[in-house]
Design a protein around this ligand. Structure first.
Ligand code: SF4
Length: 319
């Protein structure tokens, strides 16, 4: 009770960053699994988490989706969905060798980065992929040209990465990085390789860019920022870092139950955002709790209006 009283004592405002929550790639990937379940019935096997969000995965699991880490866990002949983060060609080959029926839910913007990787590597470049090690998206992109693509995770790595020919170097960027962080790495690479070639348009996707811009605006006016998203969601974690760099204390929470009331003590204004894989309902639940704690004013701060949508793969398009 004391914690509740302390948390709510000064709370006045909630600022909602907009855009936030689902992007077009995530909506498409979830729709792929939903439609696959509707058309084919359960079980539908999904390689890796369809998107990095605990609530989304739990909902789909309850409806008959089976999430596996490896194709070896998929029974022969079972319908299999590749997640929004994309897969390496070796995984596609493995599925084809086993004759598995596959529906590919890779976000078209990740597919675009894979195409750039093939193009750059194909013309003889060493390709430097700016991204985080161990993330499914970087694993998939690295797999497009093993041996020709190297991962560069930070400016320090940019200073030491070895290339075959310094005159033939290009870079790519994981779609969900922090824009300022990636710019620092590109700058370091360009100092070492003045002829560095890059993607035609930025690889960091529109959804990542827009959510980071929106949370920056809100963080500048907030005492605390709550970002809804799961721990393994790259773009959600970046929103926390970006909000901190904008001057607010920021926390990543999977849902309202994870909010520690001590974070809110003394805060008059709380900013709220959500990663591209986090359902809008999670935000609604947090806003309801903040209102119950005493926030009287809830306002939306819109920096961009998004109107992006992607068509579904042909296997699950409505007839
Ligand atoms: S965050 Fe960007 S790349 Fe990832 S699914 Fe969404 S739109 Fe696609």
């Amino acid at each position: 009770m004391t914690e509740w009283a302390d948390a709510g004592s000064g709370l006045r405002r909630v600022l909602l960053a907009s855009p936030r929550s689902f992007c077009a790639g995530v909506e498409r990937a979830i729709a792929v699994v939903e439609q696959a379940l509707r058309h084919h019935g359960p079980p539908v096997y999904v390689r890796k988490q369809i998107v990095h969000n605990a609530r989304v995965v739990a909902d789909l699991r309850a409806r008959g989706a089976v999430f596996v880490d490896d194709l070896d866990e998929v029974p022969d002949g079972a319908l299999t969905v590749f997640s929004a983060h994309g897969v390496a060609p070796a995984v596609r080959r493995q599925a084809a060798d086993r004759g598995l029926p596959v529906i590919d839910a890779t976000c078209p913007l990740v597919t675009k980065v894979h195409a750039e990787a093939r193009r750059f590597a194909g013309r003889g470049d060493t390709v430097l992929l700016i991204g985080h090690p161990g993330h499914e998206e970087t694993d998939g992109t690295l797999g497009e040209a093993p041996g020709r693509i190297r991962l560069v995770s930070d400016p320090a790595a940019a200073e030491t990465v070895r290339v075959d020919d310094p005159a033939r170097v290009s870079y790519l960027v994981q779609t969900t990085l922090a824009t300022d962080e990636a710019a620092g790495v590109v700058e370091a690479l360009r100092r070492r390789f003045p002829g560095l070639a890059g993607p035609g348009s930025d690889d960091i996707c529109y959804a990542t860019t827009n959510r980071q811009r929106a949370v920056t605006e809100v963080a500048g006016r907030s005492d605390v920022v709550l970002v809804l998203g799961s721990d393994n969601s790259s773009n959600s974690r970046r929103l926390v870092e970006v909000a901190e760099r904008a001057g607010a204390r920021a926390y990543l929470v999977d849902d309202v139950s994870r909010v520690d009331l001590r974070w809110l003590a003394g805060a008059a204004t709380v900013g709220v955002s959500a990663g591209a894989s986090a359902p809008p309902a999670l935000v609604d639940e947090v806003v309801a709790a903040l209102t119950a704690l005493g926030a009287r004013e809830v306002s939306e701060h819109t920096t961009t209006v998004e109107d992006v949508s992607f068509t579904l793969p042909k296997e699950v398009r409505q007839p």
